[in-house]
Design a protein around this ligand. Structure first.
Ligand SMILES: Nc1nc2c(ncn2[C@@H]2O[C@H](COP(=O)(O)OP(=O)(O)OP(=O)(O)O)[C@@H](O)[C@H]2O)c(=O)[nH]1
Ligand SMILES: [Mg+2]
Length: 404
């Protein structure tokens, strides 16, 4: 609230500008985010307030929207499990909490009857809510290899996943997922899947069941056993694996791929070595950082190459109009954004302000709605932080007529 003050105009008119609206909080799907871990550590996110309006009809600046990124495939639910939004593809966004509208400056309340409004509208309180986020994981990298080559050991070394590890084939019967987090915060999801055998494409071993899980991965990591314990030498393993992948779906051969030799510590120091594909030992940790770097590059390439789908905004219908509820103590509650705004003036001891509130509530039909809900003269009515006694002139008239 402000009035113009100049030396030669002692009683200047109102000149308070509007307050700026608060920023909203949006959740945005981003394919470069792989987990919701950041929200476990920092669950509270707040968009900035708008600024106050000021004299000289200056409007306050709007608070910037806060865009927070979540992985593709994040499902958003409320407390009771109702799905609010499903952010499937890169760019999909959902308005999680609406910033409050800025209040109108006193300039806006000037009228023929109200020359010098001595009140201004309060800014609306921004929305505040808890949401539950759940991630339907999609693997960036699927680890493909013969049984018992150390796939599960590798994922347990690179992520927090703790799959069963044992020295026999087909220890892993279901895919295991793990989030790999590099030092600079880069994240990718690794999938450890059951071992593949020759003839898998025709259904041998765990066959199609596991190949299905590979289909959606962006990058294939071929884990090739370098240890002398294996049936096929490394080059033959690569050959068979590629044959099986191609036999199942030829396009899998066009997928980004990284090849790495595993169990490198089991190779005798004096053995002749022909393998040049890079190697790791999940036991000693040798080669693990380098493998992380190679996978990262491949994942980044694959994410970039993926077409950006048409992003869409997930809408939720805004509550409209006003609603009346009865409290346990018999008082009435008037709910609804418009009603709350009508009473949000900064000074309710100001007669002009009260006049304005009355006008607005009547225009919104609050009187009629209260009457329909059975309000009687003298009942207490709450709107936001304001309370008043219900008083309906029609009722009084009716009562008077009744007595006559
Ligand atoms: N020395 C050594 N042993 C390893 C290494 N990685 C895995 N192993 C051992 O190799 C065996 C098989 O490891 P897993 O990780 O279960 O192999 P897998 O490829 O997941 O096997 P399946 O799930 O059956 O397909 C276990 O006994 C591991 O301890 C390694 O880098 N060095
Ligand atoms: Mg395994």
């Amino acid at each position: 609230m402000s009035f113009r003050r100049e030396a030669h105009t002692p009683r200047g008119g109102p000149d308070g500008g509007d307050g700026g609206s608060g920023g909203s909080v949006w959740l945005v799907a981003d394919r470069n985010v792989a987990s919701l871990l950041a929200y476990r550590d920092h669950p509270h996110r707040t968009a900035p307030n708008g600024n106050h309006g000021s004299g000289n009809r200056k409007h306050g600046a709007t608070g910037a929207d806060l865009l927070i990124t979540v992985p593709e495939g994040t499902v958003i639910k409320d407390r009771d499990g109702t799905v609010l939004a499903d952010l499937v593809d890169h760019g999909d966004r959902w308005l999680a909490a609406h910033g409050g509208l800025g209040g109108k400056g006193n300039t806006r309340f000037q009228s023929a009857r109200r020359r010098a409004p001595g009140f201004a509208e309060q800014g609306e309180v921004g929305e505040e809510r808890w949401v539950w986020m759940e991630l339907k994981l999609m693997a960036d990298v699927a680890i493909v290899g013969f049984p018992n080559v150390g796939k599960s050991t590798l994922i347990s070394r690179m992520s927090a996943a703790r799959p069963k590890i044992a020295d026999y084939p087909f220890t892993t019967l279901e895919p295991n997922l793990g989030v790999v987090r590099l030092d600079d915060g880069f994240e990718m999801v690794l999938a450890d899947i059951p071992g593949l055998v020759e003839g898998a494409a025709e259904g041998r071993g765990l066959g199609h069941q596991f190949l299905r899980h590979i289909e959606r991965a962006r990058v294939l990591l071929l884990a090739i056993d370098l240890s002398p314990l294996t049936e096929h030498d490394p080059d033959r393993q690569v050959e068979v694996l590629l044959d099986e992948l191609g036999g199942y779906r030829p396009e899998l051969l066009d997928r980004e791929r990284v090849i790495v030799g595993t169990r490198a510590d089991l190779v005798p120091a004096d053995a002749p070595r022909s393998w040049t594909g890079g190697e790791v030992s999940a036991v000693t940790g040798a080669g693990i950082p380098a493998l992380g770097g190679r996978l990262r590059s491949a994942v980044e390439r694959a994410r970039e190459a993926q077409p950006v789908p048409d992003a869409y905004v997930v809408h939720r219908p805004a509550p409209e109009g006003i609603r009346i509820e009865r409290n346990d103590d018999g008082s009435f509650e008037v709910l609804g954004r418009d009603a709350a705004r009508a009473v949000a003036v900064n000074d309710l001891t100001n007669a002009d302000a009260l006049d304005y509130v009355r006008e607005r509530l009547t225009a919104l039909g609050v009187d009629r709605a209260l009457a329909r809900s059975g309000a009687r003269n003298g009942d207490i009515v709450h709107i936001s932080a304001m309370s008043f006694e219900y008083e309906n002139e029609d009722q009084i008239t009716l009562a008077d007529e009744g007595r006559r």
